[in-house]
Design a protein around this ligand. Structure first.
Ligand code: ADP
Ligand code: MG
Length: 386
């Protein structure tokens, strides 16, 4: 995927599309989740990082209430709406993300002016790298500044969640936008989803001679809604039977007893969440004591748990992980909600070539469509570019 146009080029495109210069240009990154899958809605821990792929928006406030939205992606043409008449259920296609953010601001009693918005993004769509939150976080950061709304980051996290949940209709949590808004170069974001407290954690794979490879299987995760809802329901059932507020409150030591109280499937769902929470903490500890090269086995264990206990992997993800590992990756796991999307493979720089080749070769031999393979590194969170 090519870089999005630079600030000057984006401003020039804005000028030619809208006939005026933008008031500014903002950027917010996608994210990859290093570890902590399906732990967020169980009030547990996650450890994502903001990546060096981002959505950029050039924005101008208009004197009226008209909204004009344009993306450099595809040939979709300009969408027009009215800031005074934003309505759930009317927005279509990609504009639901920026419009959802504007709507969420209005729900907070904040005035939303008419706007011209041009979007350019190099976050792959639907690959589990949260291209949707990159858009939302770029837009909310721009609006917060342009309208002097004075929202703190915590409030922006909640507003973008409201946009996704209630306007877009995607039942997502707070991980993606927290990473996109709070990320920093060379750091992962440890987030406690119970109280939203966070801490930046150094994750400097490069200094350790490693790269984080993303293997985008190109398998669409857009049909995962049913599976996602079913997993959430299993987790709710598990916590109800075990008598806890959320699975966050179940300890590793409680699992033996839980096995006797739950049916086999619910038990395996619960075991994934409980062990995954523990793996997030293990990785935190390992990053502090030994550095990135030590976390491989924990990534592998996470993948096995998602494949066997939570059952959210697929043949392409399993193959990507297996091929990467046997060609020299230190550890690999599917990342994101599952049923498709991407895997990550923590790979020594010296083995990068052979890992890429092995995954491509394995996909070809299995008759799968060629994957997209690229590196990501922890990058800055949302910011103003111009
Ligand atoms: P993910 O967030 O995992 O990438 P989603 O389905 O949540 O997947 O969001 C993908 C959607 O975001 C796309 O279908 C599209 O509507 C929108 N989107 C992402 N990038 C762009 C872009 N550059 N231009 C227009 N829309 C985009
Ligand atoms: Mg998304």
């Amino acid at each position: 995927m090519t870089r999005p146009p630079g600030t000057g080029e984006l401003a020039a495109r804005f000028q030619s599309a809208f006939g005026v210069a933008p008031d500014g240009v903002w950027q917010a990154p996608g994210r990859v989740n290093l570890i902590g899958e399906h732990t967020d809605y169980n009030e547990g821990f996650v450890l994502p990082f903001a990546i060096d792929k981002a959505a950029r928006v050039a924005v101008r406030i208009r004197p009226d209430s008209t909204l004009r939205l344009l993306s450099t992606f595809g040939n979709q043409g300009m969408t027009t709406a009215d800031a005074a008449a934003l309505d759930r259920g009317t927005a279509r296609g990609w504009t639901k993300y920026p419009l959802g953010v504007l709507w969420a601001l209005q729900q907070r009693g904040l005035p939303v002016p008419g706007l011209d918005i041009l979007l350019a993004s190099d976050v792959p769509r639907g690959a589990g790298l949260s291209s949707s939150h990159a858009i939302e976080c770029a837009v909310i950061t721009a609006l917060n500044e342009l309208t002097a709304a004075g929202l703190g980051v915590d409030e922006m996290v909640l507003a973008t969640r409201q946009a996704e949940n209630d306007f877009v209709g995607a039942p997502t949590g707070i991980m993606d936008q927290t990473a996109s808004l709070r990320g920093a170069a060379g750091q992962a974001v440890f987030l406690d989803c119970r109280d939203r407290s966070f801490r930046l954690v150094p994750f400097d794979a490069e200094s350790a001679g490693l790269v984080t490879l993303v293997i985008d299987t190109k398998v669409s995760h857009s049909h995962s809604a049913g599976g996602y809802a079913a997993r959430r329901a299993s987790c709710e059932l598990g916590s109800e039977v075990l008598g806890v507020k959320a699975l966050r409150d179940v300890e590793l030591e409680d699992l033996a007893e839980a096995a006797g109280l739950l049916d086999d499937k619910t038990f395996r769902r619960v075991r994934h969440v409980v062990t995954e929470n523990n793996r997030v903490l293990q990785i935190l500890e390992l990053l502090g004591s030994a550095g990135p090269a030590a976390i491989g086995p924990v990534l592998d264990a996470s993948h096995a748990s998602m494949r066997d206990d939570f059952e959210i992997s697929c043949a392409e993800l399993d193959l990507a992980v297996r091929a990467a590992r046997s060609a020299g990756a230190l550890g690999a796991r599917m990342t994101g909600g599952g049923f498709g999307g991407s895997a990550i493979a923590l790979t020594p720089v010296a083995a990068q070539r052979q890992v890429r080749a092995a995954v491509e070769q394995a996909f070809g031999a299995a008759g799968f469509a060629p994957p997209d393979i690229f590196t990501v590194r922890p990058a800055a969170g949302a910011l103003r570019l111009a």
